[in-house]
Ligand binder design. Structure first.
Ligand SMILES: NC(=O)c1ccc[n+]([C@@H]2O[C@H](COP(=O)([O-])OP(=O)(O)OC[C@H]3O[C@@H](n4cnc5c(N)ncnc54)[C@H](O)[C@@H]3O)[C@@H](O)[C@H]2O)c1
Ligand SMILES: N[C@@H](CCC=O)C(=O)O
Length: 543
């Protein structure tokens, strides 16, 4: 084994490519989109590095053209969970003992492969399978996943560097051990990067993982799995088991080797997973770590001094990029009546230009929502607003699933701050605005704080510093990611560690040391160079 105190490369954020007309990156990704659109992949389970074909299939389709099948994926059942646990425990023996810098090398290599030869494939898969525009795929599947890999390797070394004080004649040390057992990574549809990170963060720390991807992201997540293999990930460290969520979840969480759950998705699912762990608590070899980042009802709160043009821009980007399917998306806004007419006019102008359609047409601003369930959910909110005397649809309001699951970016105005779409998470392209009297600032701030059980992201808009301080303090616990004069979306690894409180999750901040701490069990070691030879203490001596 090498004897050296290794340093990892200083991480920097992966630059976001522009894909402007005529650029080489645009031509290259368009070619890959075409190739992948013309192929139907067969996706196996990957357990212990082996492809497993079960003969029971799910389908990955294009949300923006739902008759177009991209892949047929084999479905795991409870017996494959057993196989995956056995494979992971075999891999644990060598992986958890492998020098940290060798493990780091796998993830640093994966980052470079993704930045280079794999970029088009994983971007194209995310565009086709999750209906992301090139901009949204690039910031997620390429840049954010690369950043998670590079920055987490760096944070891991900073954790290791933190060592205790050693008075003479002792030497105190702490070492970071992998958790005994396996981590269950349960991942959402909306960010390819989150799928990769929920597996890679624990694996980097020496753990082994069972990865249950979302049904609607199996396609891109499979290519991430292949990328990790290409980067040299040993068999069994991460096991890829798409399948019926309830069956896979129940079989996995019943096992004594469950060492942790790393989850991102809805609040309801997380609460179910947590309850199940609680019910099984006496079965486990150790207390499982439970980390979950969940839903939100993210707000934009404008003061009367807010600048209308920048605010309207932030509302369009913050609410409607990726059709509002970011957990961070602005879905309720509090806008004072002195600037609301101007902001409303601008919203109307921007939304009249912003097009919704196929991801292969790069002039589109956004595309379809992920599936029929999501389409129906957004449609129900639109129908409610159409019929309610408390709501008025200002822009958008149409939905059509004849080709793809298209829901137009929609702005609803309400004068009831507790109107349904001001309170509930929709996870679609619907923004509800509550215009308020600027003389009622304090009570409107309280409304904003108390209206929903969530606390994920929020943005305040104001000019004068004293006002910014007031808004920031009033909404202290209303968001784990808080923005001043910016939109509430678009956090960047290494810049704004991400996560929320209250019903939005355990706030363990993805892409930070705080998250990595969950995936390690620290051993304190005290060594005494000169142990005492006299058992008696001074107070016991004769005077
Ligand atoms: N806070 C964050 O960082 C963050 C990030 C992204 C998404 N989200 C949230 O995720 C949600 C959207 O994602 P989604 O629709 O994929 O969420 P979801 O809860 O429907 O699914 C998430 C994952 O849980 C799995 N799952 C569902 N039921 C299960 C069960 N009984 N047992 C085991 N696994 C089960 C799904 O198959 C999927 O893999 C939104 O609520 C959004 O706010 C939060
Ligand atoms: N980190 C992303 C949101 C991830 C959840 O969907 C953002 O800040 O927009």
């Amino acid at each position: 084994m090498a004897n050296a105190y290794f340093k990892v490369p200083e991480p920097v954020n992966e630059p976001v490519r522009g894909y402007a007309p005529g650029s080489p990156e645009r031509a290259s990704v368009k070619k890959r989109l075409e190739e992948m659109s013309n192929q139907v992949y067969e996706i196996p389970l990957i357990i212990g590095g082996k492809e497993i074909k079960t003969g029971k299939f799910g389908e990955s389709v294009m949300p923006h053209n739902h008759k177009h099948v991209l892949a047929r994926y084999h479905l795991a059942d409870a017996s494959h969970v057993e196989q995956a646990i056995a494979a992971s425990q075999e891999a644990w023996k060598t992986w958890s003992e492998m020098p940290w810098h060798e493990r780091a090398g796998v993830f640093l290599k994966a980052a470079e492969l993704l930045a280079g030869p794999w970029r088009d494939t994983i971007n194209a898969a995310t565009m086709l399978g999750q209906a992301k525009t090139i901009q949204q795929a690039e910031i997620d599947a390429a840049c954010e996943l690369i950043d998670f890999l590079r920055f987490n390797v760096h944070y891991m070394t900073r954790l290791f560097e933190d060592q205790p004080y050693s008075p003479k004649p002792t030497w105190n040390r702490v070492e970071h051990r992998a958790l005994e057992g396996f981590i269950f990574a349960v991942t959402p549809f909306n960010f390819t990067a989150i799928g990769g990170n929920l597996c890679c963060a624990p694996a980097m720390m020496g753990n082994v993982v069972l990865w249950k991807p979302s049904d609607t992201a199996v396609y891109s997540n499979y290519f991430v799995m292949r990328l990790l293999e290409e980067a040299g990930l040993p068999p069994g460290v991460i096991n890829f088991i798409p399948g019926p969520p309830a069956e896979i979840g129940a079989a996995t969480m019943a096992r004594p080797e469950l060492a942790g759950v790393h989850f991102t998705g809805s609040t309801g699912t997380f609460q179910y997973l947590w309850k199940t762990v609680g019910e099984n608590i006496e079965k486990y070899h150790a207390y499982p770590r439970v980390v979950g980042e969940t839903g939100g009802k993210d707000f934009v709160f404008a003061h009367e001094s807010a600048e209308p043009v920048a605010l309207a821009n932030a509302l369009v980007r913050g609410a409607f990029e990726y059709s509002g399917q970011k957990c961070s998306a602005a879905s309720r806004a509090y806008v004072p009546t002195n600037i609301w007419p101007e902001v409303k006019k601008l919203l109307g102008e921007y939304l009249a230009e912003a097009k919704t359609g196929d991801v292969a047409d790069f002039s589109n601003f956004t595309s379809a929502v992920i599936d029929k369930r999501s389409f129906d959910k957004s449609s129900a909110y639109l129908a409610h607003a159409r019929e309610s005397s408390e709501a008025e649809i200002l822009f958008g309001g149409e939905a059509d699933d004849s080709v793809g699951y298209f829901v137009q970016p929609t702005v609803i105005e309400t004068h009831n701050p507790h109107y349904k779409s001001m309170v509930e998470e929709i996870f679609g392209p619907i923004l509800t605005v509550y215009p308020y009297d600027p003389a009622k600032l304090d009570e409107t701030l309280e409304l904003c704080d108390k209206t929903s059980p969530y606390a994920l992201t929020g943005a305040v808009w104001a000019k004068e510093r004293g006002t910014i301080v007031k808004l920031t303090n009033a909404l202290k616990h209303a968001a784990g990611n808080f923005y001043v004069n910016d939109r509430p979306t678009g956090s960047i690894v290494g810049q704004q560690p991400f996560g929320g409180g209250r019903a939005s999750g355990t706030n363990d901040k993805a892409g930070s040391m705080l998250n990595l701490l969950k995936w390690t069990s620290v051993r304190s070691i005290k060594e005494n160079f000169v142990p005492p030879k006299e058992y008696a203490y001074p107070h016991m001596l004769d005077s």
